[in-house]
Structure formats: structure tokens, C-alpha cells
Design a protein around this ligand. Structure first.
Ligand SMILES: C[S@@+](CC[C@H](N)C(=O)[O-])C[C@H]1O[C@@H](n2cnc3c(N)ncnc32)[C@H](O)[C@@H]1O
Length: 212
């Protein structure tokens, strides 16, 4: 697979679970280098949101932790609680474990119910992952279940997918139902500004939610 093919695949936002897992399995050994080249800012951006609104000493879930870039950003940003990482890609999880950022990593699928008790975490980060999760409402409700009341969820979502999957409407339903309160929602910001032309033009929105 060439770099150009990789970027075309990423831009197309696939959601077929086996295809997504295989892609990230194969990318795991060079993911960190590519993302550094592409000036990936989402981990630091969402960490800053979590620390601004949440308790940095609370236990945290990195939902879709990949190779551990997001966990390392959480640690660098001052998150000191127990940190659990989940992802569908085992080769990525092996690298995340080796990064030393996590207390525990395990395979988990954000398209399914999460294997954690209600209110298990005080913080939840989901960085660069919702592209692959077609039912965002189900996923955000599940995030709100595993985060305790008063805890904070921070997610990125590509701006094109935000609109395609009607994320404003989803947030309206979650707030009307008293599941979460919106703490912050950014305008689209650069996401992978140094990647190929089409991907570089796609922005990301950064969202922080308080669980009620
Ligand atoms: C762009 S990477 C982000 C990884 C990490 N959070 C970061 O910021 O570097 C997307 C990650 O989502 C994972 N992923 C994709 N679909 C998933 C799913 N349904 N459940 C859990 N992880 C998933 C992939 O395996 C990959 O590691």
C-alpha cells in the first residue's frame, strides 16, 4: 500500500469493522512517524480540554488508544490517575502498552457495549476514532454510562463527518435527555494539516461534555 493509497483510505472514512482493524494492524509500526510528519495535534488539544474541565487525578479511559500517542499526551498534559486504553487493533495495543503511558490496555470495540461498570472513569478521551463509529449517539451514550456523574468526556470528530452524521442533532438529544452538558465545542480546526491535499483540507471539531 502506498502513502497515497493510505491517505485516500483515511479520507474515505470507512466503517466496516474488519477492514478498519486490518488497516490499523498493518499501519501500527509506522503510525507514530506518519502522524508526527502530518502535524497531528488532536491528542494535545483534547488533553488540554480534559484538564481544563475535569479532575486530572481521576481514572481515565483512552477509547481507541491506538499506538499510545493519545495516552502519552494525557500523561504529558498532567493526567495522573489510572489510565486504561482500549482499541480494536492488537498490534497497536502492543505499542501502546510498550509506551509506558497506560496501566492497562485491552481489546475493545466502540461499536459495542464497553466492558466497564457504570461510572468506572472520571475522564474519557476519544481522539481520532469516531470516524470509524457510525452510530455516534450510541457511542456517546455508552461513554456517558462508563463515566461517573460530574466526569468529563473529550472527543474529536472530523468536520465533514460531524455534518454527515448529524452530530449537532445527536448532542441536542443527549442534552435534552439530561445525559450530558456541553462544556465546549470548537469550530473546525486543522486536523492533519501536513498530510495529503484532500485529508489536509478536512478540519476537526473538539468537544468536551460533562456527564450529568
Ligand atoms: C487515528 S487512530 C487514533 C489513535 C489514538 N487515539 C491517537 O490519537 O493516536 C484511530 C484508532 O481507532 C481504532 N479504532 C477504529 N475503530 C475502532 C472501534 N470500533 N473500536 C475501538 N477502536 C477503534 C483504530 O484501531 C486506531 O487505533
Amino acid at each position: 500500500m502506498t502513502a497515497e493509497n493510505d491517505e485516500a483510505w483515511l479520507t474515505s472514512a470507512p466503517t466496516e469493522p474488519d477492514e478498519v482493524r486490518r488497516f490499523y494492524d498493518e499501519w501500527a509500526d509506522r503510525y507514530d512517524v506518519d502522524l508526527a510528519d502530518w502535524d497531528y495535534r488532536a491528542p494535545a488539544r483534547l488533553t488540554a480540554m480534559l484538564v481544563e474541565f475535569g479532575d486530572a487525578t481521576a481514572d481515565a479511559l483512552d477509547a481507541g488508544c491506538g499506538t499510545g500517542l493519545s495516552g502519552r499526551a494525557l500523561r504529558a498534559g498532567g493526567c495522573t490517575g489510572r489510565l486504561v486504553g482500549i482499541d480494536v487493533s492488537v498490534p497497536s495495543l502492543e505499542r501502546a502498552a510498550a509506551s509506558g503511558a497506560y496501566d492497562e490496555v485491552q481489546q475493545g470495540d466502540l461499536n459495542r457495549s464497553l466492558a466497564f461498570d457504570d461510572g468506572r472513569f472520571g475522564l474519557l478521551a476519544c481522539v481520532g476514532v469516531l470516524t470509524y463509529v457510525p452510530d455516534v449517539e450510541r457511542c456517546w451514550r455508552e461513554f456517558a454510562r462508563v463515566v461517573q456523574p460530574g466526569g468529563v468526556i473529550a472527543c474529536s470528530q472530523r468536520d465533514d463527518i460531524w455534518r454527515e452524521r448529524h452530530c449537532d442533532d445527536v448532542l441536542d438529544r443527549l442534552t435534552t435527555d439530561g445525559v450530558v452538558e456541553v462544556l465546549a465545542l470548537s469550530d473546525p480546526e486543522p486536523y492533519l494539516p501536513q498530510s495529503g491535499d484532500e485529508m489536509a483540507s478536512i478540519g476537526a471539531r473538539y468537544l468536551a461534555l460533562r456527564v450529568l
